[in-house]
Every structure is written in structure tokens, then in C-alpha cells.
Design a protein around this ligand. Structure first.
Ligand SMILES: [Zn+2]
Length: 410
């Protein structure tokens, strides 16, 4: 708790020639901290599983690398920040589809997360429903819900949807960075299917029937519109932000898409990564990478070589990126609330997935109170903040369950 107070009392303002520190309103800060503990905070995208697959750490304790924190999630920091329901991303890289190891990768990640829950029942529990979330919140447990990022593990067999539902998967992000056998991705320019594949259409219908939330983060616009028309249940975007702030970035959602998804009851969970939040950051980041590569290429170096990293580091020192702040994330939330309504926005941080690009004041799971502070400062009521923190997502999840029950009765 201390860390939050000290960390947030002084807020470094971006854009000033000299670093300027502004004192925060202590009363609002106190209220933000209280709200973070009393509200159910659901974050629909945290990349802990893949982080632990790369380097195992004990997430029941502060995870550290020397005197610095390593990673953006651990139990003590989640408790500090009031995080109750991290959707653990069962992320499967796009290449695993052609390598035919997608399903086994997903299985490995879920097995690893299950074993953490089993070893620490006093801290964690798996949540398969909003009812589990509420019950476990009452017991002070952190609920791990599973969301699968990339539909490749379905491996062309609808039966695998039931298999993964039974294993605890409650949303599936249909694609990742490349077109897959389900549909087209926003990062791919191939337009393999011009939206959903024929099999992808069956996948959406079966997800509705089983009660798995359909996640349209990462899909192309064509895919989005086809999924929206087809799905009988509201959709989620588990970790996307507003294209209004990043006009050329197809990975974020346009106002038109956000409004249409909201009209069918869905929710966009805002991604905190700076390149999702700020066009200026994205441009500077791209320019910087291009310039560094232009210096490395003639010398036959890459960023993977230590000599290449020295060159890159030197360049980066003299070409800082735009500073993105927790206020800018609050602006995305406010934008959705204004164009689509307060019932249609939530949190999908992408912690442990977007590296050092996290905004000032929103660097890890201990810092949700800073975001709540900004919403309070914008005049949001407690009830509306609770919606953003988790109630909106839980409402969609409950509706997805109801739709599934209806479809199963037919
Ligand atoms: Zn992602």
C-alpha cells in the first residue's frame, strides 16, 4: 500500500521542459485506494502464463530481478492494486498453427497455471463463472480465469471447443498476429478469408452454444463485422483501445465498431500499452526503430548482437519516446463512455505482454488505484467506476452464460 501512496503523490507531468511534479489530491487518492479494494477489478488480459513459460518465478511473492521488480504481476502487487480477476492469457504464437503444436502449447500453459492454483489454494482459485468470481472475492482469493489468445489450438475440430471449455477457457481471441484457420488478423495484409473462414463461422456458433465469450481483439475489421452479425451473444474486445487516438492502427477499434459492439451489449477492455494509447508514441517508436536499423544494417549488426544493442542504446538515449501517462488511458475510457455509454468499457491491461511501453503511473498490477484516481478526477461516480473495473465484463459474461443455456435447451 505504501508504495502506491508514495508512487502516486508525485506525478511527473509529460511535456514539460523541466520535470515538474504535481501533488495529488490526498482525499481523492484515499478514495481511489478504497474503491480499488471494494470494487471487483477484472482485467481481461494478463500475459503471466507465457512470461512464466519463458522464465519461471514464484508469483506468490514479489517477483524481483535485483532490486527492481520483474514482471508486472505477482500476488502481493495484485493485492495492493485490488486486482481480483486476472484473465490469464493462454497465448499461442501464430506460427504454432503451421507447426501443429498449438493445442499442446495451450495445454502446457493451462497445466502450469492449474498447478500454481493447486499449490496455493489460500491465495488463488480458478473462476469458471461470474458466480465463482463473486464467491471467491468474498473469501479474499484472487480468481484466475483463462482466456485463450489465438484460436489456433482448436485445430479445425469443433470438439476441441468443448474440451477447452471443460479445461476452463472462458474467452477465445479468434486470431493473433496472422490470419489463421478461423479468420483474418488485423496485423496481416493477406486477407486470406476476407473475414471469417467457413470453419470460423462454425466456431462462433459453437462458442455461443457452449458459453465461451467471443473476443474480437486482434481480428481484422472484416472479421469483426462478420462476427458481430453472426454472434447471438455480446462480444468482448479483451485488450484493445480506441482507434480515434491512433488512426492508422487497425489493431484498435474505430468509433463505429465500438458503437456497434455496444449496441449488441458488448464491452471493449482498454489496453494500457503506450502504442495502443498514443499515436505520437507509436510514430516515435517506429521512427526510432527504423533509424537504428539503418545504422546497424551497413555494419551487418542486429539488435540481437551485443554491439548492435550498444548502438541502439546510444541512439535511444538521445531520442526518447513520447511520455504516455495514466491520464491518457483514462481518456480512452472516457472516450468510449461518451460515444457508446459507460456500460461498454473495461480494463484489459496487457500487463506482462507489452514490455516497457506501459504508461507512467500504470506500470504494474499495484497501480489500478491511479487509474481510478483519474476517473474520479474526471467526475466519475463510484457506481460508474465499479462498472469500468469489472461489472461490465461480469454482465457480458453472465449474458453469454444465459445465451448458452437458451441455445442448449433448443
Ligand atoms: Zn494480444
Amino acid at each position: 500500500m505504501r508504495r502506491i501512496v508514495l508512487g502516486t503523490l508525485l506525478l511527473i507531468l509529460a511535456g514539460c521542459a523541466a520535470t515538474k511534479q504535481v501533488e495529488r489530491n490526498e482525499q481523492i487518492l484515499h478514495k481511489a485506494e478504497q474503491l480499488s479494494q471494494s470494487a471487483i477489478i477484472v482485467d481481461t488480459h494478463i500475459d503471466v502464463p507465457y512470461r512464466l513459460r519463458n522464465k519461471m518465478e514464484d508469483i506468490t511473492q514479489y517477483t524481483k530481478n535485483g532490486d527492481k521488480f520483474s514482471g508486472e504481476f505477482d500476488y502481493p502487487r495484485a493485492k495492493q492494486g485490488g486486482l481480483n480477476v486476472p484473465f490469464m492469457s493462454i497465448y499461442v504464437p501464430a506460427e504454432h498453427e503451421t507447426q501443429k503444436i498449438a493445442k499442446s502449447t495451450a495445454d502446457d500453459l493451462m497445466r502450469m497455471m492449474d498447478s500454481i492454483i493447486t499449490a496455493h489454494p489460500e491465495k488463488f482459485a480458478r473462476a469458471g463463472s461470474p458466480a465463482d468470481v463473486t464467491a471467491q472475492f468474498g473469501k479474499g482469493l484472487i480468481s484466475f480465469a483463462y482466456g485463450m489468445e489465438n484460436g489456433s489450438p482448436i485445430e479445425g475440430d469443433l470438439k476441441n471447443l468443448k474440451y477447452f471449455y471443460d479445461r476452463g477457457i472462458r474467452y477465445i481471441t479468434l486470431t493473433h498476429g496472422k490470419d489463421n484457420h478461423i479468420g483474418d488478423s488485423s496485423y496481416d495484409t493477406t486477407h486470406t478469408w476476407k473475414g471469417l473462414s467457413p470453419f470460423g463461422k462454425e466456431v462462433v456458433v459453437e462458442m455461443n452454444r457452449l458459453g465461451i465469450m467471443v473476443d474480437i481483439s486482434h481480428v481484422s475489421d472484416d472479421t469483426f463485422w462478420q462476427v458481430l452479425a453472426l454472434s447471438k451473444a455480446p462480444l468482448i474486445a479483451s485488450h484493445s483501445s480506441c482507434r480515434a487516438y491512433t488512426p492508422t492502427f487497425q489493431r484498435n477499434m474505430s468509433d463505429e465498431m465500438i458503437k456497434a459492439m455496444a449496441a449488441k451489449g458488448g464491452v471493449i477492455q482498454i489496453n494500457f500499452g503506450s502504442d495502443f494509447i498514443s499515436d505520437e508514441y507509436q510514430k516515435k517508436d517506429r521512427d526510432r526503430r527504423d533509424s537504428i536499423n539503418a545504422q546497424l544494417r551497413p555494419r551487418n549488426l542486429t539488435m540481437r548482437d551485443s554491439a548492435g544493442r550498444v548502438v541502439a542504446h546510444e541512439y535511444e538515449m538521445h531520442h526518447p519516446l513520447a511520455v504516455v501517462d495514466v491520464k491518457d488511458v483514462a481518456a480512452h475510457i472516457d472516450h468510449v463512455a461518451k460515444i457508446a455509454g459507460i456500460d461498454h468499457v473495461g480494463l484489459g491491461s496487457d500487463f506482462d505482454g507489452v514490455g516497457d511501453s506501459l504508461p507512467t503511473g500504470l506500470k504494474d498490477v499495484s497501480m489500478y488505484p491511479n487509474l481510478i484516481y483519474e476517473l474520479l478526477a474526471l467526475g466519475y461516480s463510484d457506481a460508474n467506476i465499479e462498472k469500468v473495473c469489472g461489472k461490465n465484463l461480469l454482465r457480458v459474461w453472465s449474458t453469454v452464460e444465459e445465451v448458452a443455456h437458451q441455445l442448449q435447451r433448443q
